[in-house]
Ligand binder design. Structure first.
Ligand SMILES: *Cc1c(COP(=O)(O)O)cnc(C)c1O
Length: 758
C-alpha cells in the first residue's frame, strides 16, 4: 500500500519512537543517570513541519496507524529543505522566517543514494508507427532532474513493525554527468545544479488554496514520477508475470489531488514503456488508485492552465485528452444529447483560460473516491461530484478522519493517560474503544476530583507556556477557550473575536458583572499571501492589547495569541483546553481533526454542524456538546436566497457594538483605517461565511457554556464522557476501514525470536 502525499506534518520523532518501542522507562532512567530530564532533551528536537495543517497531519497520523496495524504500507512525499515557515509576531503582525529544519542535521533519516531516478520535464512528443503497426509516442529533448530517496523509519506501537516513509530530494544530474565541467563552463554547471535542486527546496505555505505556479506543478510530478518508478521496481522484483495482477499487488491512495498526475503518469509508463494497449493500461490504472477529497472550497481545487501543463508535461497532456475523449464518449452513451452535462463533467474547463480540472481527473482515474467525514462525503455526492455520482455511485464512500491516540493522548497528556490507565489498564492505547470503560467513572466524585486536578495541572503547564511565549499572565482557574488552527475566513476566527469584543463591551458597561473569567487562546499561521488572514491576526493582537491592559476588567477576560502554531505547540495546548472552538460555517470544513484532539483531551466543544463535529456530537451525546448555528442546508438556502448582513447589523445592538469597536479605529490608534477591510468584508461584500447570521446563536451558546462551567461537577462529568466516547476517532479505525474497503490489504505481523540480553 502506498500513501502519496505532498505533505507529512510529523512534528517531533524522539518521544514517539521511545513510546512505540516501549523504551520509556529505560530512556527516562538513562537520562536521569546523566543528570538530565528526558522531556528537556525532547524539547531540543526541531519539528518536522513538512505540511500546512490538517491534511499533512492526517498523513502523519495515518503512518502511525498503518505501522501499528502492521500493514505493509509506505508513505511517499518530498523532503523539503524548508518546511512550513516559522511565524514570529512583530508589532502584532505575522512575520515569516524560513524553517531551516535540517540545519543541524536530521538523525531520523537515512540517505539512500542507491535509489536514484531520473525525472523528465518539458521537451516534445513525436510519434511513429512501429514495425508491428502500433502507434508509438516518444517524449524527447527533456530536462532531467534526479530524485534521491531519504528514508524515515515509522515504528508501530510495540509490535516489532517498522514501516518506511520515503521522501525525495532533487539532485542535479550534473553531479553524475559532467558535461558542462568537461566543456569548461564551470559556473554554468554550478548554477544549473542549484537551479534544478530548487524543486524540493520549499513547501508551498497555502492551506486550502490553490496557487498555480510552475514550480508547484514540477514538485507534484517530480515526486509522483520517482514514486511510481520505485513502486514498479519493487513490483517487478517480486512478481513473475505481467501487469495483470498489478492492482491486486499495489494500492495507491492519493491524498487530495496534489499527486493526481500519477494517473496519466502510470498510463504513460504502461503505454509508452511497457507497451500495453490502452484498455488494459486503463483498467490497471483505475484498479490501482483511490482518491481522497479534502475540500469543496472552490479556491482550493487544483485547476492547471492547459498551456502550462502542456509546456511542462506535453506527453501527459496528450494522455489527458485521450482519457477525456473516451470518458465523454461513455457519458454520451449514457446521456445522449446533453451537451451541458458533458461541459460540466469534462476534465477540461473551457470558459476563460482553458484548464485541467484535477479533481475530475482523480475521480475518473480511481476506483474509489472518499470524503473525510459523513457530512462531507454526502456533500461530494450531492454537489461537487453529483454528475459523477450518478454515473458511478459504487465508487463513492466515506472514511471519517481520525487521530493517533499515541501522540494525541498517551504522549501529549501523560497525567491524564496515567489516571485513565490506573482505572482501565493500558489497552486503550492500541484499542481506543476501551475508553468506554470510563463512562461509569463519570459518576464517581473522587474520580471527578482527580480528573479536575489533572486538567488544572495541564492548564498550569499551558499558562507557563503562554507566559514564556507572550509574557502574558493568565489564570489557570479561568475557562481556557481555545481556537487553534490555520487562520482562514471559513474557520471564522473573526466570529470568536466578535464574541470577545461583545464580552468586553458588556464588562465595560457593567463593571460589576459576575461573569465566568475566560482566557481566549488563539494560535495559527496565515498563508503569507493571504492578506485578510494576516489582518485577522493583527486584529486579534489589537483586541488583546485593549482587553488585557484594561484595569476595569480585573482579569476577567484575557486574549492570547500563541505564535508559531505547529504539532509541538498543539501537544501543549490540547491537554490544557476547557473549550474547543470548532465554529466553521456549516458545509465548509471537510472534517477537522483539531476537534478530535481537543475532545480526546477532555475539552468540551462549541461547534457548528460541520465536518466531523456532527459525528463527534453523535458519539459524545448532544447533551455533552455545545451546538449553535445554521446547518449546511440552511447555509445553502440562505446563499441561494441572498441575505443582507446590514439588516442584522442594524437590528442587533450587541453585534453593532462589537463591530463598531473594530470599525471606529479604537483598536488601532494611529491607524484608524487599518481594520476597515474586515468590517467591509462583512457588511459590504456579503459576509460570505455568514458570521452575522450565526452571531446571535453563537453568543447564546457561549452563555450556556459559561453557565455550564460554573457547575464544575457537571462540567467534569461531561468532560469524562467526551473522552470515554471518542474511541471511534482513532485513526486506527479509519485505517482499518481504508484497508478493508479500499486497499484490500491485510496485516503482515512481525514476530521476532526472543532476544538474548547482552
Ligand atoms: C490537527 C492539526 C491541524 C488541523 O486542525 P483543524 O482544527 O482540524 O484545522 C492543524 N495544524 C496542526 C499543527 C495540527 O496538529
Amino acid at each position: 500500500m502506498y500513501y502519496l502525499s505532498l505533505e507529512f506534518l510529523m512534528g517531533r520523532a524522539l518521544g514517539n519512537a521511545i513510546l512505540n518501542l516501549g523504551l520509556e522507562g529505560r530512556a527516562t532512567q538513562a537520562m536521569q543517570e546523566l543528570g538530565y530530564r528526558l522531556e528537556a532533551l525532547e524539547d531540543w528536537e526541531y519539528d518536522a513541519g513538512l505540511g500546512n495543517g490538517g491534511l499533512g497531519r492526517l498523513a502523519a497520523c495515518f503512518l502511525d496507524s498503518m505501522a501499528t496495524l502492521a500493514l505493509p504500507a509506505y508513505g511517499y512525499g518530498i523532503r523539503y529543505e524548508f518546511g512550513i515557515f516559522f511565524q514570529r509576531i512583530r508589532g502584532g503582525a505575522q512575520v515569516e522566517t524560513p524553517d531551516n529544519w535540517l540545519r543541524y542535521g536530521n538523525p531520523w533519516e537515512v540517505e539512500r543514494p542507491e535509489y536514484l531516478y531520473p525525472v523528465h520535464f518539458y521537451g516534445q512528443v513525436s510519434s511513429r508507427t512501429d514495425a508491428d503497426g502500433a502507434l508509438r509516442f516518444l517524449w524527447a529533448d527533456t530536462q532531467v532532474i534526479m530524485a534521491m530517496a531519504y528514508d524515515t523509519p515509522i515504528p508501530g506501537y510495540r509490535n516489532n513493525t517498522v514501516n518506511n516513509m520515503r521522501l525525495w530530494a532533487a539532485k542535479s544530474t550534473r553531479e553524475f554527468d559532467l558535461d558542462y565541467f568537461n566543456h569548461g563552463d564551470y559556473e554554468r554547471a554550478v548554477s544549473d545544479k542549484a537551479q534544478s535542486e530548487t524543486i524540493s527546496k520549499v513547501l508551498y505555505p497555502n492551506d486550502n488554496v490553490f496557487e498555480g505556479r510552475e514550480l508547484r506543478l514540477k514538485q507534484e510530478y517530480f515526486f509522483v514520477s520517482a514514486t511510481l518508478q520505485d513502486i514498479l521496481r519493487r513490483f517487478k522484483k517480486s512478481s513473475s508475470g505481467g501487469f495483470a495482477d498489478f492492482p491486486d499487488q499495489v494500492a495507491v491512495q492519493l491524498n487530495d489531488t496534489h499527486p493526481a498526475v500519477a494517473i496519466p503518469e502510470l498510463m504513460r509508463i504502461l503505454l509508452d514503456q511497457e507497451r500495453l494497449g490502452w484498455e488494459e493500461a486503463w483498467a490497471i490504472t483505475v484498479g490501482t488508485f483511490g482518491y481522497t477529497n479534502h475540500t469543496i472550497l472552490p479556491e482550493a481545487l487544483e485547476r492547471w492552465p492547459v498551456s502550462l501543463f502542456g509546456y511542462v508535461l506535453p506527453r501527459h497532456l496528450q494522455i489527458l485528452y485521450e482519457i477525456n475523449r473516451r470518458f465523454l464518449e461513455q457519458v454520451t452513451a449514457r446521456w445522449p444529447n446533453e451537451p451541458e452535462r458533458l461541459r460540466r463533467m469534462s476534465l477540461f474547463e473551457e470558459d476563460g483560460e482553458k484548464k485541467v480540472r484535477m479533481a475530475h481527473l482523480a475521480v475518473v482515474g480511481s476506483h474509489s473516491v472518499n470524503g473525510v467525514s459523513s457530512l462531507h462525503s454526502e456533500i461530494l455526492k450531492a454537489q461537487l461530484f453529483r454528475d459523477f455520482y450518478e454515473l458511478w455511485p459504487e465508487r463513492f464512500n466515506n472514511k471519517t478522519n481520525g487521530i493517533t491516540p499515541r501522540r494525541w493522548l498517551r504522549l501529549c497528556n501523560p497525567a491524564l493517560s496515567r489516571l485513565i490507565s490506573e482505572r482501565i489498564g493500558e489497552d486503550w492505547v492500541r484499542d481506543l474503544d476501551q475508553l468506554r470503560r470510563l463512562e461509569p467513572l463519570a459518576e464517581d466524585p473522587r474520580f471527578r476530583e482527580s480528573w479536575r486536578e489533572v486538567k488544572l495541572a495541564n492548564k498550569q503547564r499551558l499558562a507557563e507556556c503562554v507566559r514564556s511565549l507572550t509574557a502574558i499572565t493568565v489564570d489557570p482557574r479561568s475557562l481556557f477557550d481555545c481556537q487553534v488552527k490555520r487562520i482562514h475566513e471559513y474557520k471564522r476566527q473573526l466570529l470568536n473575536l466578535l464574541h470577545v469584543l461583545a464580552l468586553y463591551n458588556h464588562l465595560k458597561a457593567n463593571p460589576g458583572a459576575q461573569v465566568v473569567p475566560r482566557t481566549v487562546i488563539f494560535a495559527g499561521k496565515a498563508a503569507p499571501g493571504y492578506a485578510m488572514a494576516k489582518l485577522i491576526i493583527r486584529l486579534i493582537h489589537a483586541a488583546a492589547e485593549r482587553v488585557n491592559d484594561d484595569p476595569d476588567l480585573d482579569g476577567r477576560l484575557k486574549v492570547v495569541f500563541l505564535p508559531n502554531y505547529g504539532v509541538s505547540l498543539a501537544e501543549r495546548i490540547m491537554p490544557g483546553a476547557d473549550l474547543s472552538e470548532q465554529i466553521s460555517t456549516a458545509g465548509t470544513e471537510a472534517s477537522g481533526t483539531g476537534n478530535m484532539k481537543f475532545a480526546l483531551n477532555g475539552a468540551l466543544t462549541i461547534g457548528t454542524l460541520d465536518g466531523a463535529n456532527v459525528e463527534i456530537r453523535e458519539e459524545v451525546g448532544e447533551e455533552n456538546f455545545f451546538l449553535f448555528g445554521l446547518t449546511a442546508a440552511e447555509v445553502a438556502q440562505q446563499q441561494a436566497r441572498g441575505y443582507d448582513p446590514r439588516e442584522l447589523f442594524d437590528s442587533n445592538p450587541t453585534l453593532r457594538g462589537a463591530l463598531d469597536l473594530i470599525a471606529s479605529g479604537a483598536l488601532s490608534p494611529g491607524q484608524p483605517d487599518l481594520f476597515v477591510p474586515i468590517v467591509a468584508g462583512l457588511l459590504d461584500h456579503g459576509d460570505p461565511y455568514m458570521l452575522l447570521e450565526d452571531f446571535d446563536s453563537y453568543l447564546n451558546c457561549q452563555q450556556r457554556v459559561a453557565a455550564a462551567y460554573r457547575d464544575q461537577e457537571a462540567w467534569t462529568r461531561m468532560s469524562i464522557l467526551n473522552v470515554a466516547r471518542m474511541g471511534r476517532f482513532s485513526s486506527d479505525r479509519t485505517i482499518r476501514e481504508y484497508a478493508d474497503e479500499i486497499w484490500g490489504v491485510r496485516a503482515a505481523p512481525v514476530s521476532l525470536p526472543p532476544r538474548k540480553r547482552s
